[in-house]
Write a protein that binds this ligand. Structure first.
Ligand code: FES
Length: 169
C-alpha cells in the first residue's frame, strides 16, 4: 500500500485525527530506518496520537521493513503501547504496594460500578480509559491517580467519583 492509498484509507474515518504525513515525518526524523529504532519510533507515534492504529502500523512495517509479528512483539511486551483508541482521559490508578494496601482495589471497584471499565478498558462513552500503574512515585500520598495530566493523591472511593465528575467529553 502506498502513501496516497493509506491517506485515503484514514480519511474515511472523519473523527480520526491521524495524519500519515506526521507518521512519515516521525520515522524520517530518526538517523535511519533500522529496526533498532522501532521502539522509539512507536513511542513517538503513540505520544503524538495516543494509540497505534492499524493504518499506522502498516506504514511502520513498510518504511522500516519489519513484520507485523515484530511490531506486535514489541507492543505486547511494553504495556504502555495501545492498539485501541483510548478514552478522552486516561485514568492511571496506582497499583503499587502502598496504593494497593491503602485501597486502590476498592477505588477500581467503584470505577467499575460507575463507568463499567476494568484495567485496560474504556468506558462506553469513551470518556475514560482505566490503566493500573506501578508506583507513581509519591507513596506518601497513597492512593494516587493521574487523570489526563492531573495528579491526585490521598483519594478514596467517594473522592474519586467526585473528581471524575469534573471531566466531560
Ligand atoms: S505505590 Fe502508589 S505512589 Fe507509590
Amino acid at each position: 500500500m502506498n502513501q496516497a492509498q493509506l491517506n485515503k484509507k484514514v480519511e474515511k474515518t472523519p473523527e480520526s485525527k491521524i495524519s500519515m504525513d506526521t507518521v512519515y515525518k516521525i520515522i524520517g526524523s530518526f538517523p535511519s530506518k533500522s529496526r533498532r529504532h522501532l521502539i522509539p519510533v512507536l513511542a513517538r507515534i503513540q505520544r503524538e496520537f495516543r494509540w497505534l492504529p492499524d493504518e499506522v502500523i502498516e506504514v511502520v512495517m513498510a518504511e522500516m521493513r519489519v513484520t507485523r509479528a515484530e511490531i506486535y512483539g514489541v507492543i505486547s511486551f511494553y504495556p504502555q503501547f495501545r492498539m485501541t483508541e483510548p478514552g478522552k482521559y486516561v485514568y492511571r490508578l496506582c497499583y503499587g504496594t502502598a496504593c494497593f494496601v491503602k485501597g486502590a482495589p476498592i477505588i477500581a471497584q467503584k470505577l467499575k460500578e460507575k463507568y463499567h471499565m476494568s484495567n485496560g478498558e474504556t468506558d462506553p462513552s469513551k470518556l475514560f480509559t482505566l490503566e493500573f500503574a506501578s508506583c507513581l512515585g509519591n507513596c506518601g500520598a497513597a492512593p494516587m491517580a493521574i487523570i489526563g495530566n492531573d495528579t491526585y493523591g490521598s483519594i478514596d472511593p467517594e473522592k474519586t467519583l467526585k473528581i471524575t465528575e469534573n471531566y466531560s467529553l
